[in-house]
Design a protein around this ligand. Sequence first.
Ligand code: MG
Length: 387
Amino acid sequence: MKKKVLFIDRDGTLILEPPSNFQVDSLEKLEFYPKVIQNMHKISAEMEYELVMVTNQDGLGTTTFPEDDFWLPHNKMLRTFEAEGIKFEKVLIDKSFEYENAPTRKPRTGMLKEYINNSLYDLQNSFMIGDRVTDMELATNLGAKGILIGEPTQDWLFPNPKVEDNVVLISTDWNEIYEFLKLENPNNDYENTQNRTAFVQRKTLETNISINLELDGEGKSDINTGIGFFDHLLEQLAKHARLNLTIQVKGDLHIDQHHSIEDTALALGEAFLKALGNKKGIERYGFFILPMDESLAQVAIDFSGRSYLVWQANFEREKVGEMPTEMFEHFFKSFSDASKSTINIKIEGKNEHHKIESSFKSFARAIKNAIQKTENPNEILSTKGVL
Ligand SMILES: [Mg+2]
C-alpha cells in the first residue's frame, strides 16, 4: 500500500510562534499549540501517516539566529513529542530568507523532491498542515490537500482559486483536525468507536460554511446563516430531531440568499451522511404528519443511500421573512442529494409561515425516527446488506 504523509509546519502549527521576532530561540519561548500533543498522539496511534515536519527558519545560522539558540528548544520539542509516541520521520528545515527566493523555501518543493513522482507515496490523500497561505500553496504544489490553522471566518487571501479549493479545513482547533482526519481514515476500529458526530466545512467562492452535528444531542443549536427565518427553521430542526447543531455561514448575501441556502443544505446533508457512517443499527425510515393551525405537513424520509425528492407544495407569496419560498424545495433537494436520502414531502394549508414551519418540524421528527438506534447495533436494515 502506498504511504500517506502528513507534512506539518512547525511554528504556529505545532508550537506557538512568538509575536516578538517569530523565532523560537530560547527554552522560555517554547510553547506547544493547545491540544496538539493529545491529538497528534491519537493521529499517530490510530492512523497510518508518515509524519514530515517542513519549516522555514529565516536566517538560521546567521548572527540574527544562531544555530545553538535554535536547536535547544527544537530538540526539546522533538523529545516531548517522541515521549508521547509521536515520531517525525523527517524534519526538513529551510534556512533561507524570503528575499532569496530559494527553491527549498515554502511554498516551493525543493526539500520535498523525494516525495514527488514517487510511486511509494499517495500524495493525493496526503495533507499539508500549516498556518500560512504559503503552506497551502505548498500543499497544491505537492498535489496534496491543505489544512489551514487559523480562523475560518478570516478573509484569507489565496493566490488563486486552485489553492483555495485545495484547502479542505480551516480551524484553530486540533480536535477538529483529528476528527477530520479520522473521517478520512474510516478503517481500523472506527466502527466501534463511532460517536455519530460530524464536522463539515464547505468552502466555495460564494460561501464558507462550518457545521458541527451531533445526532445524539439535546436539541441545542447555535445557528448563524445571516438569514433570520432560515436560522429559525434550522433551530426547529435541531430542537425537534434532538440534534446538537452548530452552523456558521459566511455567504454572498449581498448578491442574494440562493448560495447560502443551497450550500448550507449541501453541507448539512453531508454532515448527516458522515455522522450516520455505515448506518448499522439505525431505523433507516422515518415519517411524521404534523399540524400547525390550518396547515398540515407530511414528511417521509429514507436514509437509503439514494437521492430522491418528491415535493408537493405550493407557495403563493414570494418570500417568508427574507427567505424566498422557491428555495424551500431547493433546500430539501440539496439535502437529499448530499445525504443520499429519499424524501417525500406534502404540505397543505393557507398561511405560508405555518406551511413551511410545520414542514420543518415534521422533517425534524421524521429524521429523529429514522436515525434512532435499533436494538441490534450491527444490523443494517437492508436485504442487500448495505445502505
Ligand atoms: Mg507557520
